[in-house]
Design a protein around this ligand. Structure first.
Ligand code: 6PG
Length: 256
């Protein structure tokens, strides 16, 4: 019996409207986490799709958030300096961190200054473990309140690429990977499925005709969909939501 959560799929006319709706939803879930547990843990993605979403997350079109009680992590990071435009923390800096006052201790970037990518992955896992082991944590189990993920045209998510050994990882929460040549930067650090799948809520965003095959296969045709896509292996504990546009869904309604 497949215990996979059924994804809720929201289809919008364009990237702007899907980003607005996703920002409101993410804001509401972060508020709920702070209300219920006194803090919220959010893991961000990289790539180009989320730029507008992250800008809206700190705009007046989303709920006003208690950023001093929100902790930011990254579901993956490219092995480049933090100020490299290719880095995922640079995207968040341009869109979120410049706009709100997060206490420095609430910002948990991947330590890309480590000597090696393996050391960086080990240190990041230690940071995640320490965060969830703290007194107001969840007794050591990692339970991100919300992880935002994108999806590649090959069905990758975070930096988990099809047929990669990292997909078979069952113990480690963070590992180093090498992306395919067509998706540089090659060296990366990524959350593994065991860490991703203990999240309460996972939000995917996808936009554009190039994503249609994977969006339809993973989000809309879950039964017959391609199971080898890493994004199809994502299965959080409470909510799985896809915010997509008509271009990527190939229709304006779910059964279209
Ligand atoms: C990364 C992202 C990656 C991204 C997808 C989609 O570091 O590249 O975490 O998983 O979400 O590649 O990227 P686009 O939004 O640019 O299509």
């Amino acid at each position: 019996m497949d215990e996979r959560l059924r994804p809720r799929v929201e289809i919008f006319s364009d990237l702007e409207s899907l980003s607005r709706a996703a920002a409101i939803f993410i804001g509401e879930r972060l508020l709920r986490a702070v209300d219920e547990r006194g803090r919220a843990s959010l893991a961000l993605s990289g790539g180009s799709t989320p730029r507008r979403l992250y800008q809206l997350l700190v705009s007046d079109s989303a709920p006003i958030l208690p950023w001093e009680q929100i902790h930011l992590f990254w579901g993956d990071e490219r092995w480049v300096p933090a100020d490299d435009p290719e880095s995922n923390v640079a995207l968040a800096t341009e869109t979120i961190l410049r706009e709100v006052d997060l206490p420095p201790e609430n910002i948990h970037p991947v330590p890309t200054g480590s000597a090696t990518v393996e050391e960086g992955a080990l240190r990041y896992e230690e940071e995640v473990r320490a965060f969830f082991a703290s007194p107001d944590g969840t007794g050591g189990l990692p339970t991100f309140d919300l992880i935002h993920l994108g999806v590649g045209e090959d069905g990758h998510t975070a930096s988990l690429f099809p047929d990669d050994q990292a997909l078979l990882e069952t113990d480690r929460w963070v590992v180093p990977v090498t992306s395919p040549p067509w998706r540089p930067p090659r060296e990366r650090v990524t959350f593994t499925l065991p860490l991703i799948n203990t999240a309460r809520t996972i939000v995917f965003t996808a936009s554009g005709r190039a994503k249609r095959k994977v969006v339809r296969s993973i989000a809309l045709d879950q039964e017959s969909g391609e199971k080898r896509y890493p994004a199809a292996m994502v299965n959080p504990t409470e909510e799985l939501v896809w915010y997509v546009d008509e271009e990527s869904a190939g229709s304006s309604t779910i059964d279209g």
